[in-house]
Design a protein around this ligand. Sequence first.
Ligand SMILES: Nc1ncnc2c1ncn2[C@@H]1O[C@H](COP(=O)(O)OS(=O)(=O)O)[C@@H](OP(=O)(O)O)[C@H]1O
Length: 231
Amino acid sequence: MSTIIYEEEAVADLWSDSVGGIMGIRELMPKTLEGQITMEKTPSYFVTREAPARIAAMSRDTKLIVVVRDPVTRAISDYTQTLSKKPDIPSFESLTFKNRTTGLIDTSWSAIQIGIYAKHLDNWLQFFPMRQILFVSGERLISDPAGELGRVQDFLGLKRIITDKHFYFNQTKGFPCLKKAEGSSKPHCLGKTKGRTHPNIDPEVVQRLRDFYRPFNMKFYQMTGHDFGWD
Ligand SMILES: Nc1ncnc2c1ncn2[C@@H]1O[C@H](COP(=O)(O)OS(=O)(=O)O)[C@@H](OP(=O)(O)O)[C@H]1O
């Protein structure tokens, strides 16, 4: 049987040379026994330039899992998260453009930059073959969580233990939830910070962003061999 051990996002800073870089992080990660898989979950790795080389230097066999969703919705979700912490930030519409009159998009804004998946994937492919990378569809994770987790289990070479039986759709939350949380007999939904209501964004700005991302999405579908259906 395989046990999965999670590490937290805080580990990200620990890659820095000041704490011993790769060797430092190795010391901090739990020891992995035969039959166990050690996992670390840090969303920012996917968009961090140095991450592929550093992870490859630690182990070329590492398997990588990335959840991707429609980059336009992702940008709005990202903005919604920042807004919840800093209510005084400018509108989504004004942050989107370098110059609203010319329609020039500010690709240096992280909410926009992160969704250019093809560009980030290019960096990873310099160090890892595509067969070691799994892209999970954020949309399917909501519409068919068991199906998407089936792909994850197959990719990790695990028996399909998590199935439809483990989920139910919670009408109040508007998302799938677990029938039983681990080590408990009670249902479990993700917390309040997951599944926030997004603000309404000017449809013209949304359309402009759709047009902006289309070529990058097409490239991404080509690279992964999978149409995520965002266009
Ligand atoms: N089952 C279930 N329950 C609740 N939310 C779900 C679920 N599955 C996927 N999602 C989507 O996850 C989004 C939040 O994940 P993030 O990775 O953005 O969160 S975080 O950055 O780690 O806070 C969150 O994005 P927002 O809707 O923008 O809040 C959800 O759409």
